[in-house]
Design a protein around this ligand. Structure first.
Ligand SMILES: [Zn+2]
Length: 247
């Protein structure tokens, strides 16, 4: 099997789709397990959660995808992204209902954002089945392989911080789903307490999304969203997971 990123025929590593550090806050301390919630299409716009499903896993979801060299490349992006999201510097300043990040290394963080949705797109695991990137999959592969983060508006990702009781709601991962919003297709998932919004239309994105994309200057605005202000359906699945018991 060829490596999905460099396309070389070589021995593949058991690669994470979402990096292991994103699962850390979710692990149940005692049982070393975590839950993911798989939602069905349109769930955010409906008032029922009958079609949502909570699945428990012992380790971050992996699949044979990448060669050792590509794995190492993505691993460097992951280390950097982890330092941005959890580490001491650069820290987010809370200003006007948003985290304002500055001094982010544009290339590394943007490529990390692109790599997340690309990996979800190439994965054959059922929980990532809703991410079907079509022609964007090959474009993203070429850009990531070339280390080309593109411009801010090209494959940008808008992030929102979800707060519950004034804390980042990082105890759950909601796996990606696709949504039609204002005529554009978005892929959205929740991890690390952040909603990651990926619009797949690269032109004429509404400015209230593109204003949130990481800028080449290293600035990124991440609005705070109270859990209570999320649509009812997503609140319901988030409520369900922590309450569910392991079999
Ligand atoms: Zn490779």
């Amino acid at each position: 099997m060829p490596c999905k990123l460099c396309l070389q025929e070589t021995k593949l590593r058991h690669s994470h789709i979402l990096p292991e550090f994103m699962y850390k806050p979710v692990y149940d301390q005692r049982r070393r397990a975590f839950s993911t919630v798989t939602t069905t299409e349109g769930l955010w716009n409906s008032s029922t959660t009958e079609d949502s499903r909570v699945t428990y896993h012992q380790k971050g979801l992996r699949e044979y995808l990448l060669c050792a060299a590509c794995e190492a490349r993505l691993s460097k992006l992951e280390s950097y992204a982890k330092s941005v999201l959890t580490g001491p510097a650069p820290r987010a300043a809370e200003v006007g209902g948003a985290f304002t990040y500055s001094d982010i290394d544009y290339n590394r963080f943007k490529l990390f954002q692109m790599s997340l949705i690309w990996r979800a797109g190439v994965s054959t695991l059922p929980v990532f089945a809703k991410v079907c990137l079509g022609p964007h999959e090959e474009r993203l592969r070429r850009y990531i392989h070339a280390g080309d983060p593109r411009s801010a508006n090209d494959y940008g990702c808008a992030m929102f911080a979800v707060l519950r009781d004034s804390r980042l709601m990082d105890s759950i991962i909601v796996t990606p789903n696709s949504y039609k919003i204002e005529g554009a297709t978005f892929y959205i998932f929740l991890a690390m307490g952040f909603l990651w919004w990926y619009p797949m239309r690269t032109k004429n994105i509404a400015t209230h999304y593109s204003d949130l994309f990481l800028k080449e200057t290293g600035t990124m605005i991440v609005p705070l969203k109270a859990f209570e202000d999320l649509p009812l359906a997503i609140r319901a699945v988030c409520h369900a997971a922590p309450l569910a018991q392991l079999p």
